[in-house]
Design a protein around this ligand. Structure first.
Ligand code: SF4
Ligand code: SF4
Length: 413
């Protein structure tokens, strides 16, 4: 139990520190934790705890739910010259290192995302700089699992780097995308044979755990729920449950219309009624398989309780079109784009500033505390946007006592 609660406590304390809220019983109420009450002077505004760092926008998949791959004409070769969008060159490993140095130890949880992150030949160098400067407790890397051997080789290198640093005990999480079983996955992802490659990547990564002493490597599965697979969710769930060994996690995230992915107006997000109808049996299965099963591992139960809370919030967002709990994007979480823009989140993708700009000079804090950043935070605080983005939602849940209470209630019930 302590294994889970300790990081949670640390994360909450970081959250409190982030917003300068004194941890006294009198303040432990959801009202006191609302971003509306968290307005420290800009100069002293602490840095976020959750960073999503987009290491590239290149992608070799052609997903129906995402248009990011359209930014580049040809993604088959690992040539820096291809890492361009218009005249914008993606950040180099050296530039990432300067940014991480300015971020320092504020980062608890970092996602190295894409595009397809494994298309960066210098991914290990970027990870090394992150581990040295920031020492995050969790590093999460998603992959479209189209290159099993390459992914295995790079993850082996990442584990070697991780185990050399003092953060050897931090968690490295690899999340493999799976949107359907068999040909449906290939169809949605636009890659022939992607399903077989998913299976091969999964087998290689889970086998890697045997090669390292205490690798702290977690291998999860990530499913994007869209109008293309809404009627096949149970089949996907069954398939993932049947994997041997079982994955460390399986998350369903709804396809959102994001500025980052070029999907605004694309209609990929299912409507509430269809989503709720398709998802209801799945929620029951999760409850039965984890929360009501006395044999279930405690950590898995807590994780699934968080998942259920996220799915509850998801349904509320889709029906009510408002933030069901205050969103902490721009406060506790943020994203750094492959071109150095800092965003509160990838759904709005509104630059708080650019880290390459002469005035910023790769200083994350400078951009984070800028006037523009304050304006965007004020807009988030006023609830001028809402979305089902999972990454931001999990951070918001960890900062929100009403959500935490519901999660723990599910675990002890
Ligand atoms: S969803 Fe991921 S794998 Fe698919 S095109 Fe977009 S970045 Fe690539
Ligand atoms: S509610 Fe969604 S769109 Fe608005 S700031 Fe939060 S994550 Fe971004």
């Amino acid at each position: 139990m302590l294994k889970f609660l300790l990081p949670l406590k640390v994360l909450n304390l970081k959250a409190f520190r982030t917003f300068g809220v004194a941890l006294t019983p009198a303040r432990l109420s959801p009202a006191h934790l609302s971003p509306a009450h968290l307005t420290p002077a800009r100069g002293s505004l602490p840095l976020p705890i959750n960073y999503t760092v987009s290491v590239t926008n290149r992608c070799n998949a052609r997903c129906k739910t995402c248009n990011i791959w359209r930014l580049y004409d040809d993604c088959d070769e690992e040539q820096p010259a291809l890492r361009r969008s218009g005249s914008r060159l993606e950040l180099s490993a050296g530039e990432f290192a300067r940014i991480f140095e300015s971020v320092g130890k504020s980062a608890y949880w970092v996602t190295l995302s894409g595009g397809e992150p494994f298309l960066r030949s210098d991914l290990v160098e970027i990870y090394d700089a992150l581990a040295r400067h920031c020492s995050p407790n969790i590093v999460n890397i998603p992959t479209n699992a189209t290159a099993p051997r390459l992914v295995e080789r790079r993850v082996r290198e990442l584990l070697e780097v991780k185990n050399k640093t003092k953060k050897g005990k931090s968690d490295l999480i690899l999340n493999l995308s799976l949107d359907g079983v068999g040909s449906l996955h290939d169809e949605i992802r636009g890659v022939a044979g992607n399903f077989e490659k998913f299976v091969a990547t999964y087998e290689r990564l889970t086998a890697l755990k045997q090669d390292f002493e205490n690798p702290r490597l977690r291998v999860g599965v990530h499913t994007v729920v869209s109008n293309f697979n809404l009627d096949r969710l149970e089949e996907i769930y069954e398939f993932v449950q049947g994997l041997n060994p079982k994955p460390d996690s399986h998350i369903f995230e709804v396809a959102e219309e994001r500025v980052e992915l070029g999907t605004v107006g694309s209609g990929v997000t299912p409507d509430y009624r269809s989503f709720a109808a398709a998802f209801a049996p799945l929620r029951e299965r999760i409850k039965r398989d984890y929360l009501k099963d006395p044999e279930a591992d405690f950590l898995a139960r807590v994780t699934q309780a968080f998942r259920l809370e996220y799915y509850r919030l998801l349904e509320k967002v889709l029906t009510e079109r408002r933030q069901p709990i205050p969103c902490y994007a721009g406060f506790a979480s943020c994203q750094i784009s492959a071109y150095g823009d800092v965003w509160a989140c990838c759904v709005r993708a509104e630059p708080l500033g650019n880290l390459r700009a002469g005035t910023a000079d790769y200083d994350f804090a400078w951009v984070w505390r800028s006037r523009k950043a304050d304006e965007i935070r004020a807009s988030v605080r006023r609830g001028e946007c809402c979305c089902p983005l999972a990454n931001a939602a999990y951070t918001s849940m960890l900062c929100d006592f009403s959500a935490l209470r519901r999660v723990l209630g599910r675990v002890v019930r």
